[in-house]
Write a protein of this length. Structure first.
Length: 497
């Protein structure tokens, strides 16, 4: 016998309002509907404003990934002006975005996601008591340390950009701030302390040892290699996630998208895993088969969203944001639009970045077992192992005599897109300018991809699909639903921008 239930608890635990409606059939999710239940209107708010206003307004969309929005806004205007910022400006921008990602990834992993490991539904597990000791909200040993340490890494943004969140130091053509030698020395000191803690507490080994893990067999060998690795927070995560069955739930549609992230300055020694102009390349993956990314394939649908209808999907340059909800729309159920790539619902985030980059460990795990809550969250926890060495190199490469700005001239008309990799995945700003004013502004955020409702063909969004097949043991405490949705790192204020 099937029945429908509504879940209104704070599933996202970050920002914004999320409601999930489930159809449960004999204790298993048979269907799911994800609703963003708040409208904010940033896209329409920007129309008619000055060209540079997006640099100040869009970082206010989110208090967690404001640097990512600032970066996308700057990229879009640089595309219109056809200007390329100097290499040291690129390094400063990258360092800020990477510090924001490091903070966001670990706070989500241990304050938002891992809190469910201490849920009483898991009390019969032999690992439950240790999970409570580590992750109990406001009391857990790891939770407290994560707050302390991530607070320090985010100081890098304040040093380079003047403040965090909602910095405004990026402009078309570069940055408005020039770091002194003392600033760079302080950034290096903060990063070294953070790396030492990350290696000791999270990995239980040097970065170099972790980076040598390249397949599922290597992962198992790493886990049993030493007590420090087995008892680290990463080691405990692997053990407890498998014990709770997180490697068997949350598969999703199996399509992955990355806009690419962290452009490589021309004279840098930093290299990504793939030959590309970014540390993390852009691409689209069907399972583990990666193809080239084409911006023209991005569309947004509104057939099941509270906006005035249009046929099929529209590219963001042609997008419409015309809110309309009377309560009598029937099939419409979310303020989120439904982004699609080549008409396919596509997951974004750290796992997508790893697959598109050809990371051998995650390629092997997904090829062998498919995507899951376990693999998705593992990618988020270790992404900064890829970031920290590049951050160290870029701090060293910045010179006091470097250039940080190239004038873009007056931006009067044109259109441009700013595509970046935000902490939660693919973020895009599509901007049109006419007569020195913004005439069109469309934004697709990472959680818009992951939390999207059905599209014009009634195809479920990524985490709607990931919920299907999930066993719910207790409808009054549906922690399994929380595991799935939180593995995507939901941020609804970005989604309903």
């Amino acid at each position: 016998m099937s029945r429908r239930i509504n879940i209104e608890v704070p599933l996202n635990r970050v920002e914004g309002d999320l409601e999930v409606r489930l159809e449960i059939d004999e204790g298993v999710v048979a269907d799911a509907w994800s609703s963003g239940v708040m409208y904010r209107g940033f896209e329409n708010m920007l129309v008619g404003r000055g060209v540079l206003d997006g640099l100040v307004i869009t970082p206010r969309i989110c208090g967690i990934c404001s640097t990512a929005h600032l970066t996308a806004a700057a990229f879009a205007l640089e595309a219109i002006a056809d200007v390329k910022p100097p290499c040291d400006a690129v390094r400063v921008r990258n360092l800020s975005l990477m510090a924001e990602q490091a903070q966001s990834d670990l706070r989500h992993a241990f304050l938002v996601f891992a809190a469910d490991f201490a849920n009483p539904v898991h009390k019969d597990s032999a690992l439950y008591a240790e999970a409570v000791r580590r992750y109990e909200p406001l009391k857990g040993e790891t939770a407290i340390e994560v707050i302390q340490q991530t607070k320090r890494i985010i100081e890098i943004i304040a040093i380079l950009g003047g403040q965090w969140p909602h910095s405004s130091y990026m402009v078309p053509g570069g940055t408005t701030s020039i770091p002194s030698s003392a600033d760079l020395l302080q950034c290096r000191h903060l990063l070294q302390r953070y790396r030492d803690w990350y290696e000791q507490r999270i990995l239980g080994c040097p970065l170099e040892r972790w980076l040598s893990v390249e397949c599922a067999a290597d992962l198992d060998a790493w886990l049993e290699e030493s007590p420090s690795q087995r008892d680290s927070d990463l080691g405990f995560y692997i053990r407890v996630a498998r014990d709770y069955g997180l490697d068997r739930i949350g598969r999703g549609p199996g399509y992955f998208i990355s806009f690419g992230s962290l452009p490589l300055p021309e004279d840098t020694e930093v290299r990504g895993r793939q030959p590309a102009d970014r540390l993390f390349p852009a691409g689209f993956a069907r399972g583990v088969e990666v193809s080239e990314f084409s911006p023209d394939q991005v569309t947004e649908h509104v057939a099941h969203s509270w906006f005035l209808d249009y046929d099929g999907g529209k590219h963001p340059f042609d997008g419409e944001t015309r809110p309309f909800a009377t309560g009598r729309e029937g099939k419409k159920y979310s303020w989120s639009k439904a982004p699609r790539y080549g008409d396919l619902p596509s997951e974004t985030g750290p796992l997508a970045e790893m697959l598109v980059a050809g990371h051998p460990l995650f390629t092997d795990l997904v090829r062998r077992d498919g995507p899951s809550v376990f693999t998705r969250q593992l990618a988020r926890m270790v992404r900064q192992a890829e970031l920290i060495p590049a951050m160290e190199q870029w701090i060293c490469e910045i010179t006091g005599s470097g250039k940080f700005y190239k004038s873009p001239g007056e931006i009067v008309c044109g259109e441009g897109a700013g595509l970046v990799g935000a902490p939660r995945g693919a973020l895009g700003h599509w901007v049109k300018v006419a007569d020195g004013k913004i005439s069109q502004y469309q934004i697709i955020t990472p959680t818009s991809w992951n939390a999207s409702p059905r599209d014009s063909e009634a195809v479920r969004g990524p985490w709607e699909e990931a919920l299907v097949g999930t066993e719910v043991k207790d409808e009054e405490n549906p922690v399994e639903v929380g595991h799935v949705i939180r593995s995507f790192d939901a941020c609804l204020v970005c989604t309903v921008h």
